[in-house]
Design a protein around this ligand. Sequence first.
Ligand SMILES: Cc1cc2nc3c(=O)[nH]c(=O)nc-3n(C[C@H](O)[C@H](O)[C@H](O)COP(=O)(O)O)c2cc1C
Length: 187
Amino acid sequence: MELLDAIYSRRAVREFTEDDVEEAQLRALIDAAIQAPSAVNRQPWCFSVVRDRALLARISREAKAHMLRSSPAALISHHFEQLLSDEAFDIFYHAPALIVISSVEDGPWAVPDCALAAQNLMLAARDAMLGSCWIGFAQGWLGTSEGKAALELPAGCVPVAPIIVGHPKVKAMAPVPRKAPEIHWIG
Ligand SMILES: Cc1cc2nc3c(=O)[nH]c(=O)nc-3n(C[C@H](O)[C@H](O)[C@H](O)COP(=O)(O)O)c2cc1C
């Protein structure tokens, strides 16, 4: 797939088939992720791949409870509160795999570096006709000591980008509208 086709046709995928994603395919996504640029070429990331369905279900449960406990009421809309209180709602949409990109060092650039790796990974998934979606709902709980233990991460690592991956139920999704960019042409 051409790069611009991947950029324009990538969508947040929230419906997956039952099929697992082969290990070699997940590995190829991580290989694409690490081609991202990083400040001073520090490559300050590590990757946790979760395919254990019971663990995915546990992370979803814990993350929902954590969001409800820790998000200020003003930030949680009625819709989100209902969603997060719904036992049947799986924040991972029953995807067969979750790849969490975590920063392995402090400093001002580690988080943007991991986000760049995340975008590479999601575009590579699109190229491979896999579906992906960054799941921000998972981030809070994964950053707790319990969450890091579940991902077998050392205390100094910080989960930045939890991304689900699977085979999409729908092969081509409708575009999601974008706001016109606010551009300040200087000079
Ligand atoms: C940082 C970040 C966090 C996100 N968190 C969630 C999430 O928790 N659940 C979800 O369904 N989608 C999540 N998304 C996906 C966005 O909702 C989606 O990218 C956006 O609606 C635009 O749609 P598109 O990706 O198909 O263009 C997240 C995306 C980003 C970049």
